[in-house]
Ligand binder design. Structure first.
Ligand code: HEM
Length: 347
């Protein structure tokens, strides 16, 4: 269930309030300046259908019910917010589930937001805040040396060229998933190509971004500035595209699950198929403009972990759950700012 405003606000300590307010101001400012999304600004989207396909033995619930179908919208984007697809960056995929029609003016009932890379390179809302407020030349000293940003994880998320359809996308944060028996499991998502092909496009392991989340294009990269978006739109139009949504489940007595810098061992927590997606109609720029994704829009059986609950006794902005909790406190405001920005908008 999406966390309510009162759940999100209840028991926030003053320090976390300040961190969240500062993040909100930063992203509201960026959305206003860009006339578009504060991050993941440029992308392409399509609508289609998801068919639920969980394996036998999957915990019973009201969402992932085998054979059920839902209209969906999927949007790919480049996290760094640069208009040029040749920018050296990661890659992203967002999915919105609807009950009846994939209408971007409607909110739907479940959103999933994913980036490339199996984990996130910062652990908490405070670390994320320090990252976005530290200028590039100071990142080695102020982020890498004290271990606030983990460069090897950042490096793993970079993807070179290729096609949006070549990459694996991860929610990185986990959710609380409660089955019909009342048992809670932690859950993470990943999206892969429907042919289950290997992931392509990694940078070499020697690549060290030095805490910098995107770099400009290489001088000798002469591909079209929008080659990834065009590739996606062409494939959707001519034959359609298939993806597979998968989850990992992890027991609720394992609080380390909430650490979004950790990689969940695939032997202990195998990837399980939950939905096959088929996309067959591209979205217009106006449709992309009104589309609203939120880390806190979830089906009743799924919920964002909160930094204000559990056994944590330190400052809430240092709790692993603060990363997702802060997103729930920020997205709505950034979205409002981009909607209120004078047109034309970018998408
Ligand atoms: C695991 C970490 C994260 C992931 C995987 C993630 C993923 C994404 C994705 C995929 C989008 C594009 C949504 C779309 O297609 O419309 C997005 C947008 C955005 N993200 Fe995140 N994000 C993460 C962390 C954060 C954090 C910590 C913040 C700030 C507190 C943040 C702020 C934003 C904002 C402001 C937008 C634009 C929202 C809009 O205008 O609709 N993100 N994110």
């Amino acid at each position: 269930m999406s966390r309510t405003e009162s759940e999100l606000q209840a028991g926030l300590d003053d320090d976390f309030k300040k961190v969240a307010e500062s993040l909100r101001a930063i992203f509201v400012g960026a959305a206003t300046r860009f006339h578009g999304r504060a991050t993941h600004t440029y992308g392409a989207g399509a609508r289609g259908e998801a068919r639920i396909c969980v394996p036998i033995g999957f915990p019973q619930n009201d969402f992932f019910v085998p054979g059920k179908t839902f209209p969906v919208i999927l949007r790919h984007s480049s996290p760094g917010g640069q208009e040029d697809d040749r920018t050296r960056d990661g890659s992203a995929a967002s999915i919105k589930f609807y009950e009846t029609t994939a209408d971007p003016t409607q909110l739907g009932f479940h959103d999933i937001m994913m980036n490339t890379g199996r984990a996130l390179f910062v652990r908490t809302a405070r670390a994320f805040h320090t990252m976005v407020t530290t200028p590039n030349p100071e990142r080695i000293e102020k982020l890498l040396k004290p271990g606030i940003l983990i460069d090897s994880i950042l490096s793993e998320g970079y993807r070179n060229g290729g096609s949006f359809t070549d990459f694996y996308y991860h929610s990185q944060i986990c959710y609380e998933f409660t089955d019909l028996s009342g048992t809670m499991h932690y859950l993470r998502y990943r999206l892969i190509n429907g042919d289950r092909g290997p992931e392509r496009g990694h940078y070499p392991q020697s690549w060290k971004p030095n805490g910098i989340t995107w770099y400009p294009k290489l001088d000798d990269d002469f591909r079209a500035h929008d080659f990834k978006r065009q590739d996606f739109l062409q494939r959707v139009t001519h034959g359609g595209l298939n993806y597979l949504l998968q989850v990992q489940l992890r027991p609720s007595d394992d609080p380390e699950a909430v650490n979004c810098t950790g990689i969940w061992d695939q032997q202990r927590f195998p990837w399980l198929d939950v939905a096959e997606l088929h996309l067959n109609q591209v979205l217009t720029a106006d449709e992309l403009d009104v589309l609203e994704l939120d880390a806190n829009r979830t089906h009743p059986c799924v919920a964002l972990p909160l930094a204000t609950t559990g056994l944590w006794s330190g400052l809430q902005a240092d709790n692993h759950a603060s990363l997702g909790h802060a997103r729930a406190l920020v997205y709505w405001a950034a979205r409002k700012a981009r909607a209120d920005a004078p047109k034309p908008h970018v998408n």
